[in-house]
Design a protein around this ligand. Structure first.
Ligand code: PLP
Length: 349
């Protein structure tokens, strides 16, 4: 048996921990603390198991039509994936040749680096949030907006400006855009758009991370390239029906997003009041540095010991902070109480 050299070298992506116990405060993977639309439960209850004998619609026709209508584009400009992670993986295969590279902001979603390694091409990180400098060999640039793990928001005009001058494909990863003050969908939908894809997910603002559905809108030829290389039936029948129910319940979606945004602002204020460095976030998480004297890595471990899960990314650009997913007001209070207690106890205690 032979494993390809680049796969043998590969470290693989480490997803955030999914603890078995329900008795933890889980603020580590940017899931939504509120349930999905009640219309999802209704669709699931009334789903006819006999329909599962057949393969699902390979093009997610009904869901794609609803998405296309909402964004004012033809269905041929919409692609739906098994989570937006699948779309990222397909883009790495469709828009990158051997000898080319994948670029992104740095820090950003840590999966991008792994995707480049799987594709066996270099990954190039730009200096910081703001105007990226991808390097001449980058043929696919992944611009997360709002960025993760920072929560920082780039103006759509700056992204449009970058895309105009970029010779390759720009994928704007808008996993968290519903929590932000703006987005780039108009850029993706514009008839003159030749190289920009805007991607969204049902995992965050729609509370459906377990369902695995994401989508993107882009120029027809780029979308057609994704269709060419996808698995025939990449989104299952239940997922298509449930995602459609969530997508069409706009009032519930707006309400849930508003609750998360309100809880985020309260969390940022409380962290600042305790001496944390908590920059403004336009996402459903906060990337905050604990007060002087409290080491982020130790605090992460101490919180875990107290049943509070947040995310810690080691490294020079991220290792002095914790990424805290915004939970319900009660979960956020439990996190703050645990952090206060751990810091008061000199962290280890
Ligand atoms: C920036 C970003 N993009 C994409 C994803 C993947 O989302 P999905 O659940 O749709 O695969 C995540 C998940 O955490 C993310 O943070």
């Amino acid at each position: 048996m032979r494993i390809a050299k680049h796969v043998e070298r590969l470290e693989g992506y480490t997803p955030g921990e999914q603890p078995k116990s329900k008795d933890v405060v889980k603020l580590n993977t940017n899931e939504n603390p509120y349930p999905p639309s009640p219309k999802c439960a209704k669709v699931m209850r009334s789903f006819d198991p006999d329909a599962l004998r057949r393969y699902p619609d390979p093009c997610c026709g009904a869901l794609a039509a609803a998405i296309a209508r909402r964004h004012g584009v033809a269905s041929s400009r919409v692609f739906i994936g098994n989570g937006s992670d699948e779309i990222l993986s397909l883009c790495a295969r469709a828009f990158v040749d051997d000898g080319e590279a994948i670029g992104s902001l740095d820090p950003s979603y840590s999966l991008y680096k792994t995707l480049a390694a799987i594709r066996n091409v270099p990954w190039r990180g730009s200096a910081a949030d703001g105007r990226p400098d991808p390097g001449a060999d980058v043929s696919l640039f992944l611009w997360t907006n709002p960025n993760a793990p920072t929560g920082a928001f780039a103006e759509p005009a700056a992204i449009a400006d970058f895309a105009r001058g970029f010779p390759g494909v720009v994928l704007v990863d808008e996993a968290y855009a519903d929590f932000a003050r703006g987005d780039c969908m108009a850029l993706a939908a514009a008839p003159e758009n030749r190289n920009t894809i805007v991607m969204r997910t049902f995992s965050k603002s729609y509370s459906l991370a377990g369902l695995r559905v994401g989508y993107c809108v882009g120029p027809e030829d780029l979308v057609a390239a994704l269709y060419k290389i996808k698995d025939s039936y990449n989104v299952d029948a239940v997922a298509q029906a449930v995602a459609l129910a969530a997508f069409e319940d706009e009032a519930y979606h707006r309400e849930t997003v508003a609750k998360v945004v309100e809880a985020r602002e309260a969390l940022v204020a409380r962290l600042r009041g305790r001496g944390w460095d908590a920059p403004a976030s336009e996402s459903n998480f906060v990337f905050a540095r604990p007060p002087a004297g409290a080491d982020a890595a130790s605090l992460f471990a101490a919180l875990r010991g107290r049943g509070v899960f947040v995310r810690y990314f080691p490294g020079p650009k991220t290792g002095d902070r914790l990424r805290i997913t915004v939970g319900t007001p009660e979960q956020n209070a439990a996190f703050l109480a645990a952090a206060d207690a751990a810091i008061a106890a000199g962290i280890g205690g």
